[in-house]
Ligand binder design. Structure first.
Ligand code: HEM
Length: 229
């Protein structure tokens, strides 16, 4: 099979940006888990730590994240169109794996995650969806200072059945996308062989499952009334 350097380059860029976002998802989950109280001051203290970082770091981080999302989506759409147009799968190493529901639907789980991200940022970062509960408008005391009430905003959000449903649905899409995406990264980079492939599939599925369970625990415990504001 003849591979063009442009298609390999695009696949590698997709794989690397994808893994960088997986890393972000892991760190974001660890930060969000402060909602369960392991950090003094909980998620409000965690958000305050993030917001007290120097502005160029915050802006640089957000721009880098945005650039990665754009590159990943742009090349993802291009490669899907090319593959559906009859061109072969372009991995650095020949694929020996079977198609699965997750691998066949990467474009659709990706589209769902893109929509979720727009909704999520509008909800918790720009705080436009429910302005009355916006953290920035409701300050609460923390260590002698007044800080945005991120806990109140998240808890009020997830008490709503439809909001929790959107998050749980999006996390199912995240699980499917990553359960294929993580092992596919190793394959694209040429770091897998017939022997390691089944292990990498298990590893990818395990990481995706860990992220799924970690993320859904937040809306589910709030909706069930176990975690309160
Ligand atoms: C239960 C699930 C989640 C909760 C409770 C949650 C919570 C939050 C909160 C509170 C913020 C605003 C942080 C702030 O500016 O103070 C935020 C931002 C963000 N979230 Fe989530 N999140 C969840 C799931 C996810 C997932 C699955 C992703 C994608 C992998 C994601 C991606 C982002 C991004 C990109 C930002 C913006 C980061 C920034 O401002 O620099 N979130 N999230």
């Amino acid at each position: 099979m003849q591979l063009t350097s442009s298609s390999i380059g695009r696949k590698i860029l997709m794989a690397v940006t994808g893994q960088a976002m997986v890393l972000f998802a892991v760190v974001h989950l660890l930060g969000n888990s402060s909602i369960f109280g392991w950090l003094n001051g909980g998620i409000n203290a965690y958000a305050e730590h993030l917001h007290s970082l120097p502005l160029p770091i915050i802006i640089g981080f957000r721009l880098a994240l945005l650039a990665m999302v754009c590159v990943h989506i742009w090349f993802g759409i291009q490669l899907t169109i090319e593959n559906r147009g009859g061109r072969p799968q372009q991995y650095a190493v020949k694929s020996t794996q079977k198609a699965t529901f997750a691998s066949e639907n990467m474009i659709w789980t990706g589209v769902l995650l893109g929509c979720f991200l727009v909704y999520h940022l509008t909800h918790f970062t720009f705080q436009i969806i429910d302005p009355q509960t916006a953290a920035l408008k409701n300050l609460v005391p923390l260590h002698d200072a007044m800080v945005p009430n991120v806990l109140g905003m998240v808890v009020t959000g997830f008490k709503n059945f439809f909001v929790s449903l959107i998050y749980v649905g999006a996390m199912v899409a995240l699980f499917l996308h990553l359960s294929h995406g993580i092992q596919s990264f190793f394959q694209t980079m040429g770091w897998s062989c017939d022997k390691s492939q089944p292990l990498l599939v298990k590893f990818g599925t395990l990481v995706a499952l860990g992220l799924f369970l970690g993320y859904v625990t937040i809306p589910l415990t709030i909706f069930a009334g176990i975690l309160k504001g």
